[in-house]
Design a protein around this ligand. Sequence first.
Ligand code: AMP
Length: 190
Amino acid sequence: MLNIVLFGPPGAGKGTQSEKIIEKYNLTHISTGDLFRKHLSEGTELGRLAQKYMDEGNLVPDDVVIGMVDEKIKENNTSTGFIFDGFPRTVAQAEALDRLLEEKKTPILGMIALDVPEDELKTRLLERGKTSGRVDDQDIQKIENRVKVYLDETLPVANYYNGQEKFTKINGVGQISEIFDNICEVINTY
Ligand code: AMP
């Protein structure tokens, strides 16, 4: 199975690139942010629980996120591979993902990290906020908090995969198609 983690700060282009990757490699997309937003729009208990964290740009507790991903992996048990987008966001989530995949005897083959400077991220998120309807994209303080949470809690996840020799960094600034070609070059080595 082709299991990939697409990594990067908010606004790095993970969603955009994921769409292209799943189409080319026929993978199942697991975006925890999208899953939470779906729960929110459907008014589920999980959605209500996640909302207060999301609105402020804080992380939803690990056990909630891990439970949701576990369910999604099990729902797609005939899949030929997964792309994890916006997950794992903490080292505890990365360890849990390894355990979940161990049950399936199919590891993460690599993490691809999109590298984008902080100023560019803020500009992109504010621009996205004009059309995305996401409250967390519309307020510079919330955006700054999301970037801070990324630096404090999520960046150590890159070291986790680096320690397993599964980490590759890609320049996330440029033409979408060019960035995609660079990602494919990495995936093709897996
Ligand atoms: P995203 O769409 O990936 O930017 O996620 C939007 C929000 O959902 C984040 O700011 C968090 O509040 C929450 N979220 C998404 N994925 C995770 C995760 N893996 N761990 C904790 N919270 C998450």
